[in-house]
Design a protein around this ligand. Sequence first.
Ligand SMILES: Nc1nc2c(ncn2[C@@H]2O[C@H](COP(=O)(O)OP(=O)(O)OP(=O)(O)O)[C@@H](O)[C@H]2O)c(=O)[nH]1
Ligand SMILES: [Mg+2]
Length: 309
Amino acid sequence: MGTTPIHPTQLMDIGNPDFRTGFIAIIGRPNVGKSTLTNHIVGAKISITSRKAQTTRHRIHGIHTSDDAQFVFVDTPGFQTEYGNALHRGMNKTVIDALHSTDVVLFVLEGTHFGERDRKVLQLLPEELPVILVLNKLDLVKEKDSLLPFIASMNELFKFAAIVPVSARNGEHIPQLLAEIRQHLPVNPPMFEEDEITDKSERFLAAEIVREKIFRLSGEEIPYSTSVMIEKFEQQGEFRRIFAAILVDKDSQKAILIGHEGSKLKEIGTSARLDMERLFSGKVYLELWVKVKNGWADSERILKQLGYD
Ligand SMILES: Nc1nc2c(ncn2[C@@H]2O[C@H](COP(=O)(O)OP(=O)(O)OP(=O)(O)O)[C@@H](O)[C@H]2O)c(=O)[nH]1
Ligand SMILES: [Mg+2]
């Protein structure tokens, strides 16, 4: 008794012939709030966020299971229109791939702002799939009167399945968005266990959390040329020991990240450790160091080692 693992597809769908499960790709230019939206719906910080553009670099699944549906969100990197190195090409490929293997697309804009970079993303939208336009950061839209004419003008540009203004920050209209998405999901049993929230490993999430702190706690010169590699990840019960290297391009960046007497690295480490302890529900020992690795963002080989494909 109790030793036979229950296959996930045997869970929850019993008695509900209308249970829906599907993939929802979230796309948009950098910084519109795609990862914040993913985290809000999942209820945990599985995808890192920051005020700086290009925070997300990988495709990340965020899973939300309700009584009658399982939503598998695919958070993608902001679509790059201004750069052309191997990292940016890889990020854009991630976006395109996500669009080819999804049931629903969420196209995210920042409030009532529709600029050139948003237009480039609009051009990627598939005609054959339901695309929901999400007007995020509703809390920042001062003139609510501007919403209706904006929605009308967006309807002229594409045949959206729906247009939903939301705030990923305070959760406004997120239930309405989920209800709208559900209508377009296929009738399918769940693919993941009810309590699963992401497809990514703790090792991956740990590296991402360190990267988020670097983004948030350092100046403009650091983020775009930084990556994090977990060199060792050990677990004993609820206690984790994590050793991570931060890869930068130049000695000058290394000095900035370490800071006066190591103060910056310490600040990054403490903040990352606290987030990890929250996400993993257990104590963490975190050791960080900084390595100079020339031109990693342009090297296909190093990008492969870091898990970009
Ligand atoms: N006021 C407000 N800010 C938001 C909202 N959603 C996201 N933000 C902020 O917008 C910034 C960017 O959010 P992210 O979730 O990192 O954006 P992203 O689209 O994932 O960005 P990339 O990964 O770089 O493409 C962060 O500072 C968020 O806190 C919102 O609904 N309201
Ligand atoms: Mg993001």
